[in-house]
Design a protein around this ligand. Structure first.
Ligand SMILES: [Zn+2]
Length: 323
C-alpha cells in the first residue's frame, strides 16, 4: 500500500532478469547457491521471528475472509511487553509497514535469497577477490525480528556475520538510496562489524525514523555506525565526495572484507526518486569502492524497474573491475 492505496509492489520478479542480463554483460558468471542451513540466519534473526516468517501465511489463511497476503492492521508504538499469540497480533509485531506483505512463497524466497548472500561469502572465503550475490527479496530494512520495506531476512547482515564467524573483520557499506535501518539495528551495540550507510535524508524519505547522522551506535558499538544522509536529488560529484568519508572510515576500522549493500535505486530514473546518480556515475562508484583493495561481497538490495536498471549494474560491475 502507498498513500493509503493498494498499488503494484515495485519489488517485481522481473527485476532479476534485468539485473542478471546487465551483470552478464559485465562478465558475471552465475551459479546457484548451496544450502547453508538455518544456522547463519539464526545467528542474526530471533527464533520467534523465523518461526513467524515460516508459518504466518498458513495461519493467516485460516482466518475467515483473510487476504491472500499477510499485511498487518496494527502498528504498535513499542514492542516487547507482550508477545501476542494471535496471527494478527504477531503480524503487527513483526511487520514494520505495509511494504512487506507475506505471500505463500515469501519464506522460501527470503531463505534462498539469504543463501545466495552466503554463497557469495563462501566464494570470498575460497579466495575470490569479489562476488556478486543477486538476492531477491532484498534485506537491509530487516531487523533481527522485524520485516519492512520489501525486506524479510537481512542478507547483507547474515553474510557479514558469517564472515566474522570465520575470523574476518567485516564492514558493511550500504549505498542503497534508503537508509539501511535493519542492518544498523542488528549491529548497533556491537563493535565487531562496522556499519555505514549513504542515503537520502530520512527527514523526507523512507524509512523516516532512522538514518540521521546522530545515530552512531550504542554501548560497545558507539562510533561503529556511521550515517551519511544526503539531500534529495544529490548527483554524482557530491555523492562521490561523501563516499570518500565512508571509504576512509572503512580503512580506519581495518576491515579485511567488505560487504556492499548494493542498491541501485539511487539512480536518477529509479521510480522511487531519492537521489540522482547517473548510469556512468555507477561506474565511478564501483571504481571508488574497488580502491579499498579487500575482498568484496556485492549484495543486491534495491533498484526498481526502469529501462536503466540492467545498464546500472553493468556499469557498477565494469567500473569495479576496472578499478
Ligand atoms: Zn532502497
Amino acid at each position: 500500500m502507498a498513500n493509503g492505496q493498494p498499488l503494484r509492489n515495485p519489488e517485481q520478479p522481473e527485476r532479476i532478469r534485468h539485473l542478471k542480463d546487465g551483470a552478464s554483460r559485465a562478465g558475471a558468471v552465475f551459479q546457484a547457491p548451496r544450502d547453508h542451513g538455518r544456522g547463519p540466519i539464526a545467528a542474526v534473526h530471533s527464533p520467534e521471528y523465523l518461526t513467524f516468517l515460516e508459518n504466518i501465511h498458513a495461519r493467516w489463511k485460516r482466518i475467515e475472509g483473510a487476504s491472500d497476503e499477510v499485511i498487518p492492521n496494527i502498528h504498535p508504538d513499542s514492542r516487547g511487553a507482550n508477545y501476542p499469540k494471535s496471527a494478527v497480533g504477531q503480524a503487527g509485531y513483526h511487520q514494520a509497514d505495509t511494504a512487506c506483505p507475506i505471500a505463500e512463497g515469501t519464506w522460501e524466497a527470503a531463505y534462498w535469497s539469504a543463501q545466495t548472500a552466503l554463497e557469495g561469502a563462501d566464494l570470498l572465503l575460497g579466495g575470490e577477490r569479489a562476488a556478486y550475490s543477486l538476492c531477491r527479496p532484498p534485506g537491509h530494512h530487516a531487523f533481527a525480528d522485524l520485516a519492512g520495506g520489501f525486506c524479510f531476512l537481512n542478507n547483507s547482515a547474515i553474510a557479514a556475520d558469517y564472515l566474522r564467524q570465520q575470523g574476518l573483520k567485516p564492514a558493511i557499506l550500504d549505498v542503497d538510496v534508503h537508509h539501511g535501518n535493519g542492518t544498523q539495528g542488528i549491529f548497533y551495540k556491537r563493535n565487531d562489524v562496522l556499519t555505514i550507510s549513504l542515503h537520502a535524508d530520512p527527514d523526507r524519505f523512507y524509512p523516516f525514523f532512522w538514518g540521521s547522522a546522530q545515530e552512531r551506535g550504542e554501548g560497545l558499538g558507539e562510533g561503529y555506525n556511521l550515517n551519511l544522509p544526503l539531500p534529495r536529488g544529490t548527483g554524482d560529484d557530491d555523492y562521490l565526495a561523501v563516499l570518500k568519508t565512508a571509504l576512509a572510515r572503512v580503512r580506519n576500522f581495518g576491515a579485511d572484507v567488505v560487504v556492499i549493500a548494493l542498491g541501485l535505486d539511487s539512480h536518477e530514473n529509479d521510480p522511487l526518486q531519492g537521489l540522482s546518480i547517473t548510469t556512468p556515475g555507477f561506474a565511478r562508484l564501483g571504481a571508488a569502492i574497488s580502491t579499498l583493495g579487500v575482498p568484496t561481497l556485492l549484495v543486491q538490495e534495491g533498484g526498481y524497474l526502469s529501462d536503466d536498471l540492467g545498464n546500472n549494474i553493468e556499469n557498477f560491475l565494469t567500473g569495479f573491475e576496472g578499478g
